[in-house]
Design a protein around this ligand. Sequence first.
Ligand code: 5GP
Length: 193
Amino acid sequence: MTLKNRLGKFIVISGPSGVGKGTICNILLSKKENNLSYSISMTTRKKRIYEKNGVDYYFTSRDNFKKRILNNEFLEYNLYNKEYYGTLKTEVLDKINKGINVISELDVNGAKKIKNNFKDCILIYITAPNIEELRRRLIKRGTENKEEIEQRLKIAIYEEKEKINYDYVIMNDNLEIAIGKIQIIIKNFLIDK
Ligand code: 5GP
């Protein structure tokens, strides 16, 4: 395959809430040699104070989200902690066809669906040393109340069981080391074969 008609590849980052997926994605996106474009998901959950609509997510109502489901606008969508999250076809397909590599943060169910639909896809799961550490990070982040944190930690226990389905599992107890490992994985994945 020549570079001209090379399709973009799909990189999926998953992991429990508070593990540092956002930070890791931002660092990977800032490295121009990766030629990565972030797939901005749509969600019905409330915007956090530091988030920007159209940058971190497309924030929308449940009605609008459901309309888009009926219009078949999602590559995949899922309920996480009673809120909808979905990958819009418009965020991915054009880029892949133009040879741009796409990176996306998805929950474990979304990751499975993408793996089934894209041949050139890699799934990377980020994990933390233990649940206590995740709790500490979520409390420090301060974006969810106590009850929401506990709900997210419950989901984390389920997610950890699903990590066996991933191509790679990376421990994020030291950000620099984790990034180094992920960068090697991505570099190898993006090399044209
Ligand atoms: P958060 O509310 O912390 O931003 O995201 C909650 C969970 O939803 C995370 O596991 C995140 O990776 C996942 N997520 C974000 N966007 C999507 C999406 O488009 N589809 C799916 N299936 N999960 C998503």
